[in-house]
Design a protein around this ligand. Structure first.
Ligand SMILES: [Fe+2]
Length: 219
């Protein structure tokens, strides 16, 4: 499993603008609050070429999942791996944001089966891809659980929308949604958007536009 890395200034302003143009000229595939657009095959392959030397691994070519997105809501705790797509690598490229700037929280804990979304203390959502499941990660056979409460400050800073008890066994790091950077990680690691502690609606973050792609690691 590759180590999580955020590479700053990994793409230049010209490419950022090209990607934003691709987003704005594409047609929405999910016209709800997530505003998703599918990337072109050439874009998927171009990003693979840029990422390979960064992580010293060869990557698949062609589309294996992911999309452009623009939204103002925090993602729940979830994973993205699908066995039939064999796509364990996520490359997240922040393109543009509106304050307040959110972070991507990537946990050390791993769910090796097909992707799910934990509903935590809320009703199970009907999700057709990252299937909604009841309860919290520690109630599942998740790998690398710490057997301890989540760190208080980490919880308060990034996860305060969830009851602390529900975050039992979790540890990890938050990566700022910085345009031009790439956040590269194994998508079997549980991850979510951070929330901002002192906002009226704890699910609302500053609007962010980005590209998230999936690849198979070939060697
Ligand atoms: Fe994800």
């Amino acid at each position: 499993m590759i180590n999580t890395v955020q590479v700053v200034d990994s793409i230049n302003l010209e490419l950022i603008n090209e990607l934003l143009n691709e987003y704005h000229s594409g047609s929405l595939v999910e016209n709800n609050h997530m505003n998703k657009v599918l990337p072109r095959e050439e874009t998927v392959n171009l990003i693979a070429e840029i990422v390979e030397p960064m992580i010293g691994r060869k990557l698949s070519r062609g589309y294996r999942g992911g999309n452009f997105y623009k939204h103002i809501w925090s993602y729940d705790l979830h994973t993205d791996y699908k066995t039939w797509l064999d796509n364990t690598l996520n490359v997240v490229i922040p393109l543009e944001f509106v304050e307040p700037q959110a972070s991507l929280v990537i946990f050390d804990q791993v769910w090796e089966l097909d992707s799910v979304t934990w509903s935590m203390n809320r009703p199970v959502p009907y999700l057709t891809f990252n299937i909604g499941v009841k309860g919290c990660p520690y109630e599942y056979p998740v790998k690398n659980l710490t057997a301890q409460d989540v760190d208080d400050k980490f919880h308060q800073t990034h996860l305060s929308r969830f009851p602390k008890e529900c975050c039992f066994g979790l540890s990890g790091e938050a990566y700022l949604f910085q345009p031009g950077s790439m956040i590269i990680f194994d998508n079997r690691r549980i991850h979510c958007t951070s929330n901002l502690p002192d906002t009226l609606d704890p699910w609302k973050i500053g609007q962010k536009t980005g590209l998230s792609l999936r690849y198979k690691v070939l060697d």
